[in-house]
Design a protein around this ligand. Structure first.
Ligand code: COA
Length: 331
């Protein structure tokens, strides 16, 4: 059961957090020295116009989360996200986080942020699954635990697009693989044939990380209402005589999030970055008759031609591929 947290839950909070920290080597829990606010945590967050929830099981605090606005910004921060070891994998954590996010969204949050200790790797996978991306420099707390923390964020609402660096792309490898698997499963013609297994899909994204790190590829992700639902890649590794060109690849929108403008938003971000880099001629190809063909035409791409039997459908029959180009900027 989830309910608002109270100051009187102090003993439960102290037990939960100290137990969670004890799972990690070097994490030191010093109540009076470093976290005295746990003695009256509801008041602490109320003073910041934030809120606090607990998950309760047989009268014991088994999970908690808080959220508060970040002063001077339209952003909110999630904090104190802890779930007892025996409650992990049950959905309690996602329910807590969803409750805090809904509160922030309702209060007008544009971006939801959080910090997580670099040692809490299980939590990082959980945040990726829930649509958070790890991006930005580590912060140093200079506390007894020698805490180093990664920043995570996600847009709170609507359709939003963000370019990822290689570290961020590595963090969301699994959600990207899930989108690829879902698209191939729904019949997309994007190099793979169904059924595409999760490991192969992860391997595909893993293989592209080096190119992203070396600036040979740029990658974007898209969210719809806080969930990661789409991606696109710009291949920048053109030959020396084509420094003005780049190739669009792997535009993917999860089948459940189509026709909401996600594909269009991804292409707009990609084109803006291509222009910034002087890549004024963009090229791509797509299976004839697919949603992609309609999307590219709607976005002003020119057909260069089509090659019959260029690729195979899932059933092994040949299909035609349409080649498109788009000149951007004043070119
Ligand atoms: C192609 C794809 C990325 C489009 O994503 P999307 O988020 O649904 O696209 P958008 O909502 O931004 O569509 C923008 C416009 O494109 C056109 N469009 C997109 N999908 C269309 C479809 N199925 N039929 C007709 N027009 C379509 C429309 O003009 C649409 O505007 P509208 O909805 O206002 O009419 C998505 O269908 C997909 O992931 N397909 C599988 C992967 C794939 O084939 N990728 C292309 C590889 S080259």
């Amino acid at each position: 059961m989830l309910r608002a947290g109270r100051d009187s839950d102090a003993a439960g909070f102290i037990a939960l957090i100290s137990t969670c920290w004890a799972e990690y080597p070097g994490c030191v829990f010093d109540l009076d020295g470093e976290v005295p606010e746990l003695r009256a945590l509801a008041s602490y967050f109320a003073a910041q116009e934030g809120a606090l929830w607990v998950a309760e099981e047989a009268g014991a605090v088994v999970g908690m989360v808080a959220v508060h606005p970040l002063p001077g910004t339209p952003d909110w921060e999630i904090c104190r996200m802890y779930v007892a070891a025996d409650q992990r994998g049950t959905g309690v954590a996602a329910a807590l986080l969803g409750t805090a996010e809904a509160h922030a969204r309702q209060a007008g949050a544009e971006v939801i942020r959080l910090w997580s200790d670099t040692r809490f790797t299980r939590a990082h996978r959980f945040y990726a699954k829930l649509g958070y991306v790890r991006q930005g420099p580590i912060r140093v707390l200079n506390d007894l635990s020698n805490s180093l923390e990664f920043p995570f964020f996600k847009p709170a609402r609507g359709v939003a697009v963000h370019q990822l660096d290689a570290s961020a792309a590595e963090h969301v490898e699994k959600p990207l693989a899930d989108i690829l698997v879902a698209c191939v499963g729904a019949g997309a013609s994007v190099s793979f044939l169904p059924p595409l297994n999760a490991e192969t899909a992860r391997g595909f994204w893993r293989a592209s990380l080096a190119d992203i790190a070396l600036d040979r590829k740029a990658i974007w992700v898209a969210w719809a209402d806080g969930a990661l639902v789409g991606t696109v890649t710009l291949d920048l590794a053109t030959p020396p005589n084509q420094p003005h060109r780049a190739e669009v690849a792997k535009l993917l929108v999860h089948p459940a999030a189509r026709r909401r403008g996600v594909g269009q938003a991804l292409m707009a971000a990609l084109e803006a970055e291509a222009l910034r880099r002087g890549r004024r001629l963009l090229t791509l190809d797509t299976r004839a008759g697919d949603a992609g063909e309609a999307l590219y035409r709607a976005l002003g791409w020119q057909e260069a031609g089509r090659i019959p039997g260029f690729a195979l459908n899932a059933d092994g029959t040949p299909c035609a591929t349409v080649f498109f180009y788009k000149q951007i900027g004043d070119a």
